[in-house]
Design a protein around this ligand. Sequence first.
Ligand SMILES: Cc1ncc(COP(=O)(O)O)c(C=O)c1O
Length: 439
Amino acid sequence: MHTNQSLSSYWMPFSSNQDFKAHPRLLTKAEGHYYQSEDGRKIYDSFSGLWTSGLGHCHPKIVEAVQAQVAELDYAMAFQMGHPKAFDLANRISSMAPDGFEYTFFCNSGSEAADSALKIALAYHHANGDATRTRFVGRERGYHGTNFGGISVGGMVANRKVFSPCLLPGVDHLPHTLNLSENAFSKGLPKSGAHLADELERICALHDPSNIAAVIIEPAPGSTGVLPPPQGYLKRLRDICDRHGILLIFDEVINAFGRIGASFAAERFDVTPDIITTAKGITNGVIPMGAVIVTDRIYNSIVQGPPHLVEFFHGYTYSGHPVAAAAALATLDVYEDEGSFDQARSLEGVFEEAIHSVANHPNVIDVRNVGLMGAIELAPHTDGQGIHGLEAHKRCYWDEDLVIRNGGDILQFAPFLNSKPDDIYRTFEKVKRVLESLG
Ligand SMILES: Cc1ncc(COP(=O)(O)O)c(C=O)c1O
């Protein structure tokens, strides 16, 4: 077993380092729907990795593809050279994406996908002679990763606070759509709130649309605590963008690949953006990869000019990495072979019923769900925000052999696309016991 001392050098991401190192929770193996803890316990994963691993852990077909690829072509120069699997993967993604999304730019994470998408939006307007369109509109409680572009358009206060002087200029934020006074304990999409999209008109009136490049939002935000979009909201936002020539970017890092019962949220919500970003589920979390998927109109505007010149000065050493591409191709095969997105959709009713079964607990101030994304919001402890949430996470792990995610006092859930209904019900029985024990 690791001692506190041997854990000291690793600076953990988005973690309470001091608390963790005092009470370590180390996972040493995974298979299917379970992790194994360092002390040998089988731990049920209620969060599909970190929204990543909808097919379960160590899926044999993905493992096999990665093992074969790393032995065959470990790396191929990514600039001015290529390898077949990156091209195959881009074609495959186009076949799953909404009509007209024929082109994919690869990166290595959701954060890189967000920043790449913002740059593509600027390049598009620049190429079309609309170089004044440089402003972005994000949304409060949006999360687009941790790079400077992403935190600038994002609306997670803790991620912005320390970096505030260095954020991108020229960014406005739409109001978030969470409204506990009208929509608490909504099942699925809340009824009230479509009008909040109209705030974009106010921002257009303030700056003039000729200065606005793009709006970026998560169709169904996840990381700030699962905020299902109000009914009609996304369509209304799309209409306003269309009226003013503003690009609409859907950040589908969490939403895509089955999490809301379809390849993309765009399909499920029947609203088509201009750019889609994704990551996580593209490789089932096995190897890092991100992607920006764009329409023909955007690609063809930017990729032009003398053929010997680089059209878009952007990219990463590991864009379209062969091992990531092999993992992604295998993942997309499994989604198709196993009918994972339909499977996920058929579990939505079970998940909704199970998660809402905790609604009556006195500490619970909201329960919300969309697709296979859900949250239980707890009232904060009198000593401060986040105490209840972290304690619930730890008690689930130690007392109930269950991994859940807590973002502050919001417990978040992302069941596997191929979950067993009994496991979903059992998850919330465990959560209920932990809530009882918290008092
Ligand atoms: C919507 C969204 N965008 C971007 C990111 C950042 O992804 P990454 O952590 O891979 O950089 C996340 C991560 O959760 C996300 O949910």
